[in-house]
Design a protein around this ligand. Structure first.
Ligand code: MG
Length: 166
């Protein structure tokens, strides 16, 4: 018997990429990472948060981050992306869903994510209202190929599972 509210399982995918730029902070999964270059974007350019936000909105069939937070709106300039993620969690909750589990891959030649992995998992888990054990964050290089290999930027892919009562 499914628990109350567990009748449905839905899966969503999210993708995001941002260009590296000097003089910008590098924030991934809500964690400020010391690095020579940061990420360019209208908001804080937190590609992990953006991909996870799209994954959970996608799983619920509730649009995407660009629709919730248009980059034409000055209010979204340098906006904290953890706050956007939390807003998306609230949005899916009103539709009867909660986040069950999230898995993230970050594709970048540098910096190495492993020293920051546990902090990122904890920060995302807190925003998602789940345990760190239910949040996976993995780093991959692109083996020197293409725009990621040339260190022009990084990409992030996220998959989210939701449980819900509809
Ligand atoms: Mg983005």
């Amino acid at each position: 018997m499914p628990r109350d509210g567990d009748a449905t399982i839905r899966v969503g995918i999210g993708y995001d990429s941002h260009r590296f730029a000097p003089g910008r902070p590098l924030t991934l999964g809500g964690v400020l990472i010391p690095a020579e270059v940061g990420l360019l974007g209208h908001s804080d350019a937190d590609a992990i948060c953006h991909a996870v936000t799209d994954a959970i909105l996608g799983a619920a069939g509730l649009g995407d981050i660009g629709e919730m937070f248009p980059d034409t709106d000055p209010a979204n300039k340098d906006r904290d992306s953890i706050g956007m993620l939390e807003a998306a969690v609230k949005r899916i909750a009103t539709a009867g869903y909660r986040v069950h589990q999230v898995d993230v891959s970050v594709v970048a030649e540098s910096p190495r994510l492993s020293p920051h992995r546990e902090k990122i998992r904890a920060r995302l888990a807190s925003a998602l209202g789940i345990e760190s054990a239910s949040v996976s964050v993995k780093g991959k290089s692109n083996e020197g190929m293409g725009w990621i290999g040339r260190k022009e930027g990084l990409a992030c892919i996220a998959v989210a599972t939701l449980k819900g009562n509809r």
